[in-house]
Design a protein around this ligand. Sequence first.
Ligand code: PMP
Length: 294
Amino acid sequence: YYNENTTIFFNGQFVKVKEAPVSIYNQTMHYGNGVFEGIRAYDTPDGVRIFKAKEHYERLHYSAEVMHINLQYSVKELELITYQLLELNGLKDAYIRPLVYLGDNMSLTPTNEVHVVIMAWEWGKYLGDKLLRVMLSSFQRPNPKSCFVEAKVVGHYTNSILATTEAKAKGYDEALLTDMNGYVAEGPGANFFIEKDGKLFTAPLGNILAGITRQTVLEIGKELGYEIEEKYFTPDEIFTADSAFFCGTAAEVIGIESVNEYKFPLDWEDSIGAVIQKKYKRRVAHNEYQNVYL
Ligand code: PMP
């Protein structure tokens, strides 16, 4: 992720990684109360462009707000800083990781000491390129009555780590989790779609992270004239589906070969997911319909 020359944004300044002091008494490390984002920049014909920077930084603001964290930088400032950071590191295709963490505090009330860090590095597709073998997890996604599931909170990712570790230990590539009612929800770091009889289905908002890639997939699907329904469905419906895919900023759009013992009958190349995957690649790499306001 970094070497001695890597520059990060740290509390108002651009510094080398090793010049960023982090206290071991920070509340985020002890209790998981911090918020973050995962964003990608692409080397487009118009230059380096951060895909949906506004949407990502608006979600960071939402996450901070519900967790009582006072984020001092505006969406626009954060976007500007990120472009500067990419330039300072000579990065074109990059994964960007803003992290907002709290200062020293061993109580269970958030402190006013808020640290804002932005890091970036070159990163291939998070789940690779080959079709995934997925396991239905024994873990459920966090209950929305226990936390704000639509916020990207540091502590929420212990659930993702447990599910991923379980799936990998059993020889699968990735996990798929249900919500607290047993309906299909999402992966540890990506949203999930199935295709059945020429139509796409995905979980509605409420018990999942409102993925920005999920939203882009809905937009692309609509433009291409596909029928897409957001509805609750049980794992049983996966086992009669024609194909399936995950989507997320890090993973982009990635096809699924099987869930548990069930292999999807439709060839990935013939699926709606494959059409959307191609369109998504073009959209991010060619800066189509972007919300750039610099
Ligand atoms: N669900 C979870 C749990 C995630 O961590 C992510 C990655 N942020 C997603 C879905 C996909 O969200 P996005 O498309 O905004 O990256």
